[in-house]
Design a protein around this ligand. Structure first.
Ligand SMILES: Nc1ncnc2c1ncn2[C@@H]1O[C@H](COP(=O)(O)OP(=O)(O)OP(=O)(O)O)[C@@H](O)[C@H]1O
Length: 246
């Protein structure tokens, strides 16, 4: 297994309370991983430390072939290093079309106004077409994003992140608020994306996690409680006691 991200012995305290407690976690280069756990288990804080939003008190976070330490790097530099994060709520530019949103993501330095006056190259258009196909929005490229369904906005945002070609994509509860059909499509998008990069999905919906059909990490009190296939972790008595049996 070729490790992409290695979190080891990380602790994060807020006013003396340990939200992350000696956490160790590894993810391989092209791997899909689900992270589950009860409320307050530390899932969000885990994403915060990897993306540089929160700085750990102790421990190491090593990234890539050269095992570069992410600790102390700014959020912007971590994003540039290849870590993308999708928050739960979609944050697309509602006034812009799907195509313009994807173009803005390709041209990271361009805001909505600049894009209006910018002529995309053939290569840009090809890449946008490729991304649109990947997220199932080919037919909606000319539409204003504000008119899209909740699911479509989520896929668009995933496409905008993929435009930046992250090596690791962290995705927070992608299935929340989606219809069953939208969930199915989201599963397909994430499974496909994880063939060429690592994708970590934080999710509460166990049916969705089952469909992802990947290794699962169960967090509890800021540490890994169990890890393995969904069948393996759901049979674990500790997991049943703290999470599933509630
Ligand atoms: N900035 C903060 N200040 C104080 N306490 C915090 C802060 N951020 C998180 N916590 C606490 O750390 C613990 C872990 O929180 P975190 O949000 O990481 O859990 P979670 O697993 O994402 O939960 P949920 O499933 O509810 O989103 C919680 O007890 C939370 O109250």
């Amino acid at each position: 297994m070729s490790t992409l991200l290695e979190v080891s012995g990380v602790t994060v305290s807020f006013d003396g309370f340990r939200a992350i407690n000696n956490l160790s976690f590894q993810i391989a280069k092209a791997e899909l991983r689900a992270v589950i756990g009860p409320n307050g288990a530390g899932k969000t804080t885990f994403m915060d430390i990897v993306t540089g939003k929160t700085r750990p008190d102790t421990g190491q976070i090593l990234w890539g072939d050269k095992s570069v330490s992410l600790i102390g790097m700014s959020e912007a530099r971590i994003a540039q290093a290849g870590i993308g994060r999708k928050f739960q709520k979609p944050t697309v530019f509602e006034e812009q079309t799907v195509q313009e949103n994807l173009l803005m993501a390709l041209r990271k330095d361009r805001g909505p106004l600049a894009v209006l006056f910018f002529r995309p190259s053939r290569a840009d258009l090809d890449r946008i077409a490729e991304l649109a196909a990947q997220i199932g929005l080919t037919d909606t490229l000319p539409r204003v994003s504000g008119e899209l369904s909740h699911g479509q906005k989520q896929w668009l945002e995933i496409g905008m992140l993929l435009a930046q070609e992250p090596q690791l994509l962290l995705v927070d509860e992608p299935a929340a608020g989606m219809t069953p059909a939208e969930r199915e499509k989201t599963t397909a998008i994430l499974v496909e994306a994880a063939k060429t990069r690592a994708v970590v999905v934080v999710e509460h919906d166990m049916e969705f996690v089952r469909r992802l059909n990947c290794k699962v990490t169960v967090l509890h009190e800021g540490a890994v409680l169990a890890e393995g296939s969904l069948d393996h972790v759901t049979k674990n008595q500790d997991v049943i006691d703290v999470y599933l049996g509630r």
